[in-house]
Write a protein that binds this ligand. Structure first.
Ligand code: SIN
Length: 310
């Protein structure tokens, strides 16, 4: 039995990895992912300059769920480009993902140009969906700006590029965003980022400090929204745009459902933060047990094959 999968021209021995933001801010964390059963890693979303992010406490766990308003704390693009150069030198046969964003449209162009001109030619994820930058709306909810950014980026950017999207909740928004994404040679779409601007209350008070307690929701409670988004884009996007499914994965069954909805790779956020990189061995074992029960020998046996009737 194999869990092998592809994103664009890159092959991976497994179909599970971290979600950007979790276990991926430092070289040590990235190394721990390489040493785990994860397929690969995506870095913390890098900005041009290092950022401290929002005031603490900015992450709170409640059961298998989380709320965060981290605000893109990261070491800056040069740090991640150097880390990737070193990882590529020591693991020549493995592909990795670099996540990037910036807070203004022209700055997004600057960081994409910086990556374009660097020695890193691997997969890049443009994060259009961070809900936690104070005073900045999520780009992915602004369809015109998203199209303008992709127009500008694809006028020069020639390495494999994916976008990380926020969750959508209306079928017309799936249609509109898919129509835009289908105009470009995207390698993949990653659905979903956390569900923005939730409010978690304990002992009559908000649980995180930034933004009066508002933050992105993650973990088990977002699985159904994530699956709906994965399915919506899988059924609307041209077939050469792969889907990465992110949201609500705590078990092998959750991974299986993301794949069934059409994901080629599944990312783990909150549960990875709670359990550490050893979670990938557990998820792999649980997924393989389900595949064994159905008689599936590869993920292609069931990827995207969600049934229409019970
Ligand atoms: C954050 O740093 O606020 C989380 C990253 C994201 O949601 O894109």
């Amino acid at each position: 039995m194999t869990l092998k999968t592809n994103i664009g021209n890159d092959s991976f021995d497994s179909c599970m990895m971290n979600a950007s933001g979790v276990w991926c801010s430092t070289v040590d964390e990235l190394e721990a992912l390489i040493d785990s059963k994860a397929a690969t890693f995506v870095t913390k979303t890098a900005t041009l300059a290092p950022r401290e992010g929002n005031p603490l406490p900015r992450v709170h766990h409640f059961g298998p769920n989380s709320i965060n308003s981290s605000g893109l704390p990261n070491e800056g693009i040069d740090y991640y480009l150097e880390a990737l150069a070193n990882f590529e030198a020591t693991h020549p046969n493995r592909a990795f993902f670099l996540s990037v964003t910036e807070l203004a449209e022209d700055q997004i162009e600057t960081i994409m140009q910086r990556v374009h001109q660097s020695d890193y030619h691997g997969l890049v994820e443009l994060n259009l969906s961070c809900p936690n930058v104070i005073g900045k709306p999520q780009v992915g909810y602004d369809f015109e700006t998203t199209a303008r950014i992709l127009d500008r980026t694809f006028s020069y950017f020639d390495q494999p590029l994916g976008v990380k999207l926020p969750p959508y909740f209306d079928l017309s928004h799936f249609d509109q965003m898919a129509e835009i994404l289908n105009r470009y040679p995207l390698t993949y779409v990653n659905s979903i980022n956390s569900i923005g601007n939730g409010l978690v209350i304990e002992q009559d008070a908000v649980t995180i400090a930034p933004k009066q307690g508002y933050g992105g929701l993650g973990g088990a409670i977002i699985k159904q929204t994530a699956l709906a988004n994965v399915r919506a884009f899988y059924t609307r996007l041209k077939s050469d745009i792969a889907i990465i499914g992110t949201g609500g994965v705590t078990s092998g069954r959750d991974v299986f459902e993301h794949l069934l909805c059409g994901a080629s790779m599944v990312q783990v956020g909150t549960a990875l933060l709670q359990e550490g990189p050893a979670i990938f061995a557990r998820l792999e074992e649980e997924l393989k047990a389900i595949m064994d029960e159905y008689g599936y020998t590869s993920i292609d046996d069931f990827k995207g094959k969600l049934k229409d009737t019970i």
